[in-house]
Design a protein around this ligand. Structure first.
Ligand SMILES: Cc1cc2nc3c(=O)[nH]c(=O)nc-3n(C[C@H](O)[C@H](O)[C@H](O)COP(=O)(O)OP(=O)(O)OC[C@H]3O[C@@H](n4cnc5c(N)ncnc54)[C@H](O)[C@@H]3O)c2cc1C
Ligand code: SF4
Length: 330
């Protein structure tokens, strides 16, 4: 690891000013991803500004029922919070599906959203990778692709976004509160992460020095919501595919579905085409399957990951079936 300086931030404004002023400075949350990347030589910041002790660590329920989650709320605490468990179960389930107990105790909300891909070539500095070194090539194309994208990739990069939590937040229409040198702005989670296009080195729409201070959950809640992750091991493994969904059904008809897919793209993939097809459709397995197939119509497998297409379809159908109210619940 290359030597670096460490500063503990006194407040958000000075943390932003310090990082924005230096191209080689980075915010430090729980450090569970950034420090790994530094050890691997993937990132070499020369200044870490530790924001993990700023008082941005509360889960506040607002008078209108919306929920404000400070960026330093640890993944374990957010997953266990009674309001999250009761009204946003998909979020609690997604958090508990990620990493391990010890990691979740350290990992912060903001850091989890901004963790970087685990593409093996991105993490191996001896191989070409356009995300790590723009213009060097993509070793994954034609290489080991079991974990790679089937939707929205580009000839420059086929990596997937790794966060489980981000997939749930995308389905829940959550918004990220960001503070930068020019003030505060709010970014929907669905627009925070980018597709790779010609610039896979840019994971998100954030500028250098912009700090996530909170995540905002809308008051509509989503007590009928779920997150399902399919992976190679029962724990401590990133998603092969995942599905976060909410479902509202009236008199046997879907009135609203919100769906996001993980493990399939460079960002949490909001399944808008499936949602559109489901609106007004009978709440049946047939409708769910048709919607899943429409969403996957443009999927392009990469080498050995063609299995993801039926895996997404079956997982999505299964999650929607689970969320469909039974006779007794109607
Ligand atoms: C072995 C292992 C297995 C894992 N498995 C999973 C899994 O299955 N699913 C899953 O979702 N995750 C998994 N994780 C990832 C883990 O959840 C992340 O490492 C963690 O959430 C990152 O949070 P952090 O606070 O430690 O971030 P850091 O490592 O501190 O930061 C991550 C990035 O975000 C930036 N950053 C941090 N906070 C902010 C902020 N507030 N504003 C702007 N930038 C910021 C940092 O500069 C850095 O680039 C795994 C991690 C490990 C090590
Ligand atoms: S898929 Fe993306 S991250 Fe992986 S090697 Fe290719 S360019 Fe790099």
């Amino acid at each position: 690891m290359i030597p670096f300086d460490y500063q503990r931030a006194d407040d958000a404004a000075s943390a932003v000013a310090t990082v924005a002023a230096r191209a080689d400075a980075a915010f430090l949350g729980g450090g569970t991803n950034l420090v790994d990347r530094m050890k691997l030589g993937v990132d070499n910041p020369t200044l870490l500004v530790d924001i993990s002790r700023l008082p941005l660590n509360a889960v506040d329920v607002q008078p209108d029922g919306s929920v404000h989650v400070g960026t330093n709320v640890r993944n374990s605490d957010l997953a266990a919070h009674p309001v999250i468990r009761a009204h946003y179960p998909a979020l609690s389930q997604a958090l508990l599906a990620g990493a391990s107990g010890q990691l979740r105790n350290l990992a912060t909300t903001g850091g989890n959203l901004l963790q970087r891909t685990r593409c093996v070539y991105f993490q191996d500095v001896t191989t070409p990778c356009n995300k790590r070194e723009p213009g060097s090539g993509c070793s994954a194309i034609g290489g080991y692709t079991r974990y790679h994208a089937i939707l929205g990739s580009s000839p420059e990069c086929i990596a997937v976004h790794p966060s489980d939590m981000a997939v749930a937040l995308a389905a829940l229409d959550a918004t990220v509160v960001v503070v930068g040198p020019d003030g505060e702005r709010h970014v929907p989670v669905t627009e925070l992460h980018r597709l790779p296009g010609a610039h896979p080195e840019r994971d998100t729409v954030l500028a250098h020095g912009e700090l996530i201070t909170a995540v905002h959950l809308s008051p509509t809640g989503a007590s009928r919501s779920a997150y399902r992750k399919v992976r190679d091991r029962a724990s401590f493994a990133f998603a092969l595919v995942s599905v976060a969904a909410t479902l509202e059904v009236t008199d046997g008809t879907v009135t609203r579905a919100r769906i996001a897919l993980g493990g399939v793209a460079h960002k949490p993939w909001r399944a808008s085409r499936a949602e559109e097809l489901l609106r007004g459709a009978p709440a049946t397995e047939d409708s769910y399957r048709r919607a899943a197939e429409a969403e996957l119509a443009d999927a392009v497998p990469q080498g050995e990951n063609a299995f993801k297409i039926p895996m997404v379809r079956n997982t999505l159908v299964s999650v929607l079936r689970e969320l469909t109210p039974t006779e007794e619940q109607r």
